[in-house]
Design a binder for this molecule. Structure first.
Ligand code: FES
Ligand SMILES: [Fe+2]
Length: 441
C-alpha cells in the first residue's frame, strides 16, 4: 500500500529538491489525481467551443471523463460522461451536438443538457415501486461539483468545497485579462480544433519546463541557429525577413545570459508569471492598423497600457500554460504516471485585423505545434528526463538555481534581479504540490 511505503509526502519535497518517486510512482500519481486534479479548478475549455444548445466537448479532469455542454437555457454545464443506468459513456465522440437532449446509446435513457433525467423507456411499467425514477438524483447524470467561468474560460472543480475560481486564480487572472484586453471587442474566440500531443513522461515535467528560462537557448539552440541562417539569407535577398522567422531565430539570438533579464513571479497554489514580452510590436503597417482599432475601442492611453503588458507566459498550476500576448494556451491532462496529454489551442482576438490572427497562427505552428522542431526538442528531453528518473542513478531532482535569493513581495516570491533563470517556479510548484498531497492521512 502506498500509505505504508510513503507515510508522509512532505518528506519527498525539500525546499530545493524533490525525490524521484514524485515523478515515477504509480501510487503517488493516484493520490495526485485525487488530491490535486480532481479537487482544484481545472480548465475545461472556452465557451465559444460550444456556441449552440446541445454542443458538447469532452474533457478529462484527473481520471474522470467529463463533458462540457451548452444547455438550452444558454448556460454551460460540466457533467460526468457516464450514464447512471449501467455506466455507459454518454458521448463517444470528442465533440458534437447532442440535439435537444442526451440519449444513451445502450438502453435509451434520456437526459436534459444539465444532466437531469428526462425519461426512461417504459418507465412506469419497468420501475414503478422501485427506487428508480425522476425523483432520485442518482438517476441523473452527475454534475461537476462546481463550474465557473472567467471571461469565457470555463473551469470546473470536482470538490464541493474550496476557494472560488477567482480566489484560486489570484494574480494569474492576468493571463485571461491580457488575452481578452488585446481584442478590440474585449473577448476572444476559440479556433477549432486543437493539436494533441501525448508525451511519455510525467505531467509535472511538462509544467516545470514551461517557465524554465534556462533551457530555451540550450534545448532549442540548433532550431534557432537554423532559422537565423535562413532569416539572414531572406533579409539579404529581399531586405526584410517575415516576422515569423524571428519567432524561431530568437532561440539562438536570445542567448543564455539574456534570459536572466526575464523575471518570474511565483504565487500561491503554484501559479507563476514569466515576464519578458516577446517584442511583437514592430512598426509594420499591420501592427499599426491593429493599434488603430484598439485606439478606436479604448483610446490611446488604454491602448498603450494593453499593449505594454509585460508577460511572456503564465502558468496556472496544475494544468494550464498560457501565452496571452500570442493567444495560445496549452492544457495538460495527465493520463498515467508516465503519460501526459497536452492540448494546444489558440484564439482569435475579436475585432482585430486578420493579419494579427495570422501572426498568432504562425507562432502556433512554428513554436507550439507537434510539427515544429521546437516541440520535438522539448519532447525528447521530457522522455529522457522520465527515463533518467526511473533509473537507480540518483534519488533526487534538484531545483537549487538561485535558491535562497528569491524576494518575498506582496505574498509572492520573485526571482531576484538578473536571476530570470532561477528555479524558483519549480520550487513554488513543488511547495504547492506538497501542501495538496498532505502527510499521508
Ligand atoms: S447504460 Fe445508459 S441507458 Fe443503459
Ligand atoms: Fe522548450
Amino acid at each position: 500500500m502506498l500509505q505504508e511505503r510513503i507515510p508522509d509526502f512532505s518528506k519527498f519535497v525539500e525546499p530545493d529538491r524533490v525525490r524521484k518517486e514524485v515523478y515515477t510512482d504509480a501510487g503517488v500519481f493516484g493520490r495526485e489525481m485525487e488530491r490535486i486534479h480532481e479537487t482544484v479548478w481545472i480548465y475545461c475549455g472556452h465557451e465559444s467551443q460550444v456556441p449552440k444548445a446541445g454542443d458538447y466537448y469532452t474533457v478529462q479532469i484527473g481520471r474522470q471523463p467529463m463533458l462540457m455542454v451548452r444547455g438550452s437555457e444558454g448556460k454551460v454545464h460540466v457533467l460526468y460522461n457516464r450514464c447512471p443506468h449501467r455506466g455507459n459513456m454518454m458521448c463517444g465522440d470528442r465533440h458534437g451536438n447532442t440535439g435537444e437532449f442526451f440519449r444513451c446509446s445502450y438502453h435509451a435513457w434520456t437526459f436534459h443538457h444539465d444532466g437531469k433525467l428526462k425519461n426512461i423507456p417504459m418507465m412506469e411499467s419497468g420501475y414503478q415501486g422501485t427506487r428508480y425514477g425522476r425523483d432520485n438524483p442518482e438517476c441523473s447524470m452527475k454534475r461537476a461539483a462546481r463550474v465557473e467561468s472567467y471571461r469565457g474560460f470555463v473551469f470546473a472543480s470536482l470538490a464541493k468545497d474550496g476557494p472560488t475560481l477567482k480566489e484560486f486564480l489570484g494574480a494569474s487572472l492576468v493571463a485571461f485579462d491580457d488575452m481578452c484586453d488585446r481584442a478590440p471587442e474585449g473577448e476572444v474566440e476559440i479556433v477549432p480544433n486543437c493539436f494533441r500531443v501525448i508525451q511519455h513522461s510525467n505531467w509535472k515535467i511538462f509544467l516545470e519546463n514551461q517557465l524554465d528560462a534556462l533551457h530555451p537557448s540550450v534545448t532549442h539552440q540548433s532550431t534557432g541557429r537554423a532559422a537565423h541562417e535562413v532569416e539572414k539569407m531572406i533579409e539579404k535577398k529581399t531586405g526584410k525577413a517575415p516576422l515569423s522567422y524571428h519567432m524561431l531565430s530568437a532561440f539562438a539570438t536570445v542567448t543564455i545570459d539574456k534570459w536572466d533579464n526575464f523575471q518570474t513571479i511565483n504565487y500561491p497554489y503554484g501559479h507563476c508569471v514569466l515576464t519578458g514580452y516577446m517584442g511583437l510590436r514592430p512598426k509594420d503597417p499591420e501592427t499599426l492598423a491593429y493599434e488603430k482599432t484598439l485606439i478606436k475601442a479604448y483610446g490611446q492611453k488604454r491602448m498603450e497600457e494593453i499593449l505594454g503588458v509585460n508577460i511572456h507566459h503564465v502558468l496556472i498550476y496544475p494544468g494550464l500554460s498560457v501565452q496571452s500576448p500570442l493567444q495560445q494556451l496549452r492544457a495538460v491532462r495527465p493520463l498515467g504516471v508516465d503519460r501526459t496529454l497536452t492540448e494546444i489551442w489558440h484564439f482569435r482576438l475579436k475585432g482585430a485585423p486578420e493579419a494579427i490572427y495570422r501572426r498568432s497562427l504562425a507562432y502556433y505552428n512554428l513554436v507550439n505545434s507537434p510539427a515544429t522542431v521546437v516541440n520535438a526538442d522539448d519532447l525528447e528531453n521530457f522522455w529522457k528526463v522520465h527515463q533518467g528518473l526511473s533509473s537507480d542513478g540518483g534519488d533526487w531532482v534538484s531545483f537549487g538555481r538561485h535558491f535562497g535569493r528569491d524576494i518575498e513581495k506582496d505574498g509572492a516570491l520573485e526571482s531576484g534581479p538578473g536571476m530570470g533563470t532561477s528555479e524558483a517556479p519549480m520550487r513554488n510548484q513543488m511547495k504547492a504540490w506538497a501542501a495538496y498531497m498532505g502527510n499521508g492521512k
